[in-house]
Design a protein around this ligand. Structure first.
Ligand SMILES: *[C@@H]1O[C@H](CO)[C@@H](O)[C@H](O)[C@H]1NC(C)=O
Ligand SMILES: *[C@@H]1O[C@H](CO)[C@@H](O)[C@H](O)[C@H]1NC(C)=O
Ligand SMILES: *[C@@H]1O[C@H](CO)[C@@H](O)[C@H](O)[C@H]1NC(C)=O
Length: 311
């Protein structure tokens, strides 16, 4: 008992100071979405080269349309010679290589519901396709000889009325897992990505082909009212590590996450009594006194605990 107590004490001392930092580190940012205000001041803008996309690309993202009506642009890539290299609105309207691909009459986008959009193109096919929730809505032919111009500006949450500026068509919705790939994904790949769902990590399987990555877009400077939001996706530690064979984690540990989901604990603040009740089977909880038990908490705690035990 003394041993356990002193261990607990030591753990407490070691972790209290760095705790919030520790928990913060574990809040994996790539699981955040971006929520855009609905004014022309609310956007994320940066300059970039696009060399790998010159002859093919796929732009995909999860969108929650919040503003009724057309011309709510969530992404735009503009170059000095064309402002319409890649420019999707949130309703099926799309422009690429100065060519309109208006699929907005083929779909009714519900407000406030996540939808998966993918736009593909390649120089070899001269075909740009618009996909909604894994289904092809339609395609257009792009001008022969025309490739993607490789240097320009990207804006998230609006579009350019002049190169690099003059933003007049705010998106005003939520965006998650927007990624730009340097290849033309085929129908089955697009469908697999949509079917895998909002919280999947399927995009990461594309490696360096995923040229502009969601986790990097989150690091770009935000202008106006653009906030990172919890979209309800969290790291799935059990899936990722499968660690019972490789480390000392006891299998029974995992049943305790379910224990925390019990009414007795869920949504409650971690108290000394709760720690006392759970301590015998799960002493590390003491470090989290004062926290509230939520799904997110359990998810972080799980990760924390696993990291703690396995390393
Ligand atoms: C920021 O945008 C969100 C989403 O449109 C909106 O709910 C919120 O009121 C805006 N905040 C400000 C300070 O304008
Ligand atoms: C983890 O193990 C389960 C069952 O043993 C298996 O179905 C699953 O695919 C594994 N996950 C990973 C990421 O290896
Ligand atoms: C937990 O609290 C949140 C916010 O107060 C509430 O929306 C949710 O329904 C609660 N969940 C349970 C299981 O009580």
């Amino acid at each position: 008992m003394m041993q356990i107590l002193s261990l607990l004490f030591l753990l407490g001392v070691l972790t209290m100071e760095s705790l919030s930092e520790e928990v913060q580190r574990l809040v994996d940012r790539r699981y955040n979405g971006l929520q855009f205000g609905a004014t022309n001041q609310d956007y994320v803008l940066f300059k970039t080269r696009m060399d790998p996309l010159e002859e093919s690309y796929t732009l995909c993202g999860w969108l929650k349309k919040r503003q009724a009506g057309h011309y709510k642009y969530w992404f735009a890539y503009s170059t000095s010679s064309s402002r319409e290299e890649i420019r999707p609105a949130d309703d099926g309207y799309f422009l690429t290589l100065s060519t309109p691909a208006d699929m907005s009459s083929k779909v009714t986008v519900e407000l406030g519901v996540w939808a998966h959009w993918c736009y593909t193109w390649s120089f070899s096919t001269l075909t740009a396709k618009v996909n909604y929730n894994g289904q092809l809505l339609g395609s257009v032919t792009t001008p022969s000889g025309r490739k993607v111009v490789v240097e320009g500006y990207v804006v998230l949450g609006n579009e350019f009325n002049s190169h690099g500026g003059d933003l007049n068509y705010p998106f005003g919705g939520d965006l998650f897992k927007a990624n730009l790939f340097d290849e033309e994904l085929d129908a089955s790949q697009v469908k697999a990505m949509a079917d895998a769902g909002l919280c999947s990590d399927i995009e990461e399987g594309y490696g360096r082909s995923r040229f502009l990555k969601w986790e990097d877009l989150l690091l770009e400077e935000k202008s106006g009212n653009v906030t990172e939001i919890d979209v309800g996706c969290y790291p799935d530690v059990e899936e990722e590590s499968n660690s019972t064979e490789e480390c000392e984690c006891e299998e029974e540990t995992f049943s305790r996450w379910d224990l925390l989901k019990n009414d007795k604990y869920f949504n409650r603040t971690v108290t000394a009594e709760m720690v006392e009740q759970l301590k015998e089977s799960w002493d590390v909880l003491g470090d989290f006194e004062g926290a509230t038990v939520t799904d997110r908490f359990i998810s972080h705690f799980k990760f924390y605990h696993e990291t703690d035990t396995c390393n």
